[in-house]
Design a protein around this ligand. Structure first.
Ligand SMILES: [Zn+2]
Length: 297
């Protein structure tokens, strides 16, 4: 069994869709984790059921007449961890542990052992997360957030079971057979608020994933990390998240499926797709108190 028992608890956060084909007894079996950052369950359901994600219908089944998920298994009760922020939630997805156990209690936190503050979303922080020491930063080797983990990752468990893994652009890849990391410019795009910036991140991620598969074949486990939906939500709210899923993520998924058609014509019968997110999003109006709280640093 691929999954560490505790991992499923968090791997089901928003929607888990399985391609409902025989899962056992196949000569090959592949798992693709599609990690959609900051996508509350209904933010994926709404554009899908409205027919605005036609590529996703290739996996989940037709959304005609507002019905969907005919080819998918769907978890309704899954929830995120606290705090419901990216670096804690992503760590829980790939360790199966709560933040108090895996060691990443937030996007920013104070490391009492080292006596230093940790902030993953500064220029130096985000590049350090992706193994690149900018501005003389130290402690970036292997990725800053990976180094902060106290728990084993899914990839380490997979490796012990002889299962190969490739992680594309996710901030956590400890133990993976191979990690494809964003360029410094792609990493810095995570700090920008322009739509083009996070589109570049996701487009580059998908292109490099496809290039990897063309060059080296399919790994047993592949993680695709789409960050743009969360950043679109930060910039313009949940409607923007849904628009982004429809306009950018769905066509990129289509490109990926088309590439699989060429690389492995049997992919639809030998692949388990897992869709999940790290946390959701709630629209609020920016009160003066909220502005004050958000600008505390
Ligand atoms: Zn997130």
């Amino acid at each position: 069994m691929l999954w560490h028992p505790h991992t499923m608890r968090f791997a089901t956060l928003v929607t888990v869709a399985l391609l409902l084909t025989p899962l056992w007894g196949q000569p090959q079996r592949h798992v693709v984790i599609v990690d959609l950052d900051g996508v509350r369950r209904d933010l994926l359901d709404t554009p899908y059921l409205a027919g605005r994600m036609p590529q996703l219908e290739r996996l989940f089944g037709s959304s005609a007449a507002g019905q969907g998920f005919s080819r998918a298994l769907y978890f309704e009760q899954a929830t995120t961890v606290a705090p419901s922020v990216t670096m804690s939630g992503q760590a829980s997805l790939y360790t199966g542990a709560y933040p108090g156990a895996h060691g990443v209690p937030g996007d920013t936190w104070f490391d009492r052992d080292q006596g230093v503050g940790v902030d993953y979303f500064t220029s130096a922080g985000v590049t350090c997360v992706f193994d690149f020491p900018l501005f003389g930063a130290s402690g970036c080797g292997g990725g800053l957030a990976n180094r902060n983990l106290n728990s084993s990752t899914l990839y380490e468990w997979a490796s012990l079971a002889g299962v190969s893994s490739v992680v594309v652009y996710n901030p956590y890849w400890k133990g993976a057979t191979h990690a494809i990391l964003p360029s410094v410019l792609d990493a810095l795009a995570l700090l920008q608020s322009g739509t083009q910036d996070f589109e570049y991140f996701d487009r580059d991620m998908a292109a490099r994933a496809i290039a990897e598969l063309r060059e080296h074949g399919r790994p047993d486990l592949l993680t695709l990390y789409f960050v743009g939906a969360d950043l679109a939500g930060h910039a313009a709210g949940t409607r923007a998240t849904m628009d982004y899923l429809s306009r950018v993520v769905d066509p990129l998924l289509g490109t990926f499926f088309d590439a699989l058609d060429q690389i492995d014509p049997d992919w639809q019968s030998n692949t388990l797709f897992v869709f999940s997110s790290d946390h959701g999003r709630t629209d609020t109006s920016a009160t003066p108190e909220l502005r004050l709280a958000m600008n505390w640093r």
